[in-house]
Design a protein around this ligand. Structure first.
Ligand code: ME8
Length: 509
């Protein structure tokens, strides 16, 4: 059994979760469920990033004690996970005691390896991004300096510990040369390589002007720069600093799915920290794109934040999971629009998959005593075409899912479903009821088998709906896996009372 460790970023608790956070968590859930279906031993981590100035300021603004504020906010992120039908293995909070200890151990190891020194930092800092910027990265707008993310920066001058990032320039380039799959998609890989080649400066990794952070061991005037403690979460969750425990040995290194905004932290700073304490760099960092809302950047000041609770209660969880990953290539930016959700759900889920289930299964309910004998006819080229196509699509699906090309994997399934609907149209089993029951049975068997196969493949993406389909075709959900995908069931299919799994969304123009 292969082990597979997948993580989301840990989200800042300065505000409640929005659709962007839901997106990354669902992506990891899809990948995690897929890996379970192929028999891997999966560990799926998410959580909250609770230190730093940005969170401290948000707490102060709400006039709450900082710890009480982060407890409240962290709970809303934690509650969202099951609401999105995501099955995680661990929810980490950076204010957890074991995490504070793990971050301090990481720091001490870096000190022991002479990777950290004390000096002074003077330069730009963005609280919103919790990031340092050099002059050359900034633009001057209305007399203010603005970071590439659009956030304002302020001038900081303070004593600071530094990490010797510059010395990791060559080892990082060597690592990426030998492991090009460690950053995806390819365009992101190129972006990181050119950033590293432009020259790495030592990185300021502690702050002295506020207190809301993990105390630096042996110098309590300093708290760790929030990204040091944040990145360390991926190690804490599997038992660090105990690197010899079975779980750690089995699971490290991880696959990190992040938004493109934080690629640099994960693919430059993080692997350098890891190498500096003799740990392997991440197996993969996948940077996905950015969602806008009806063409506009999602932001609190524009008042267009999409609350995942609202949108899910309006459309249904699988409808949203499906839309997010069917609509936009995973890795690209996407636009969230109500029209696009309705069109996508109606055309693929209701008209294609839903229609196939409904017409085949309710026909079997009404005309075949809810039972079809599996009499596959190996000599019929139309039947063979569909069954072979489902194998070809399965192979493509696996290739795409392993590459995290979720949208392409889904597309394969829907091409199979369209072909199956055309096959049913052509073969019209309903016309054979009175003159060729055997052939009718065969066609229905092929159709139910495709419904079985398609719902197995769709399970990672729309698990709740697939469980409904399993119940209609009498498949035990506890026994599902992709390893028996290709074998034709040898018993009869029993079809339970069929019902519309994907009601159409009414579009109001
Ligand atoms: O950056 N579209 O936390 P964060 C797509 N704490 N994804 C989006 C999005 C959008 N409009 N908005 C947010 C942090 N995301 C750090 C991470 S990890 C050690 C520390 C998603 O609360 C996306 O995954 O700002 C992005 O990277 C993440 O939320 C940022 O969350």
């Amino acid at each position: 059994m292969n082990s597979f460790y997948i993580t989301t970023p840990i989200y800042y608790v300065n505000d409640k979760p929005h659709i962007g956070h839901a997106y990354t968590t669902i992506a990891c859930d899809i990948i995690s469920r897929y890996n379970k279906l192929i028999g891997n031993d999966v560990f799926f981590l998410t959580g909250t990033d609770e230190h730093g100035q940005k969170v401290e300021k948000a707490a102060a603004k709400s006039s709450m004690n900082t710890k009480i504020f982060v407890d409240k906010m962290a709970q809303s992120f934690k509650d969202l996970v099951p609401y999105l039908k995501c099955n995680i293995d661990y929810f980490i909070r950076t204010t957890d005691e074991n995490h504070i200890k793990a971050s301090q151990s990481l720091w001490s190891e870096l000190i022991k390896n002479d990777e950290i020194y004390l000096s002074n930092y003077e330069g730009w800092y963005s609280i919103r991004d919790e990031a340092f910027y050099s002059d050359s990265e900034l633009t001057k707008i209305n007399n203010k300096f603005i970071a590439p993310s659009g956030s304002e920066v302020e001038w900081v001058k303070e004593e600071s510990y530094f990490f010797r990032l510059s010395k990791w320039e060559k080892p990082l380039l060597d690592f990426y040369k030998n492991n090009p799959e460690a950053i995806s998609p390819k365009s992101r890989y190129n972006e990181v390589i050119s950033f590293i080649k432009s020259g790495l400066k030592d990185l300021s990794i502690s702050r002295t002007t506020f207190k809301w952070g993990v105390p630096v061991p042996n110098n309590t005037n300093h708290v760790m720069y929030v990204w040091i403690d944040a990145l360390c979460n991926y190690l804490t969750a599997i038992g660090y600093p105990d690197k010899e425990n079975l779980k750690f040995k089995k699971l490290w290194p991880a696959t990190h799915v992040v938004g493109k905004d934080i690629l640099r932290f994960h693919s430059v700073y993080w692997p350098a920290f890891l190498m500096a304490v003799n740990l392997k760099p991440p197996k993969k960092v996948f940077a996905h794109g950015w969602w806008t809302n009806e063409g506009q950047k999602i932001s609190k000041s524009l008042g267009n934040i999409i609350d995942p609770y609202d949108i899910v209660s309006q459309y249904g969880i699988d409808q949203i999971r499906f839309f997010l990953f069917r609509e936009v290539p995973f890795g690209n930016d996407g636009d969230f629009s109500k029209n696009a959700i309705s069109n996508r759900v109606n055309s693929d889920l209701s008209n294609n998959l839903g229609n196939l289930i409904q017409r085949v299964c309710s026909f079997i309910n009404k005309n075949c005593n809810s039972k079809v004998l599996n009499t596959f006819d190996k000599s019929n080229s139309n039947d063979n075409f569909i069954l072979n196509l489902s194998i070809e699509k399965f192979d493509n699906y696996n290739k795409f899912m392993k590459n995290l090309e979720i949208d392409k994997a889904i597309k394969e399934i829907f091409e199979l479903l369209s072909e199956t609907n055309s096959y049913i149209d052509k073969e019209s089993p309903w016309k054979l009821k009175n003159n060729d029951e055997k052939r009718m049975n065969t066609i229905l068997s092929v159709a139910v088998e495709i419904i079985r196969r398609a719902s197995l493949l769709l399970y990672p993406i729309i698990p709740t709906s697939c469980e409904k389909i399993f119940s209609i075709i009498d498949l035990n959900k506890n026994s599902i896996n992709l390893n028996n995908y290709k074998s034709l069931p040898d018993n009869s299919f029993f079809i339970n009372e069929s019902f519309p799994v994907f009601p159409r969304i009414e579009v109001n123009d």
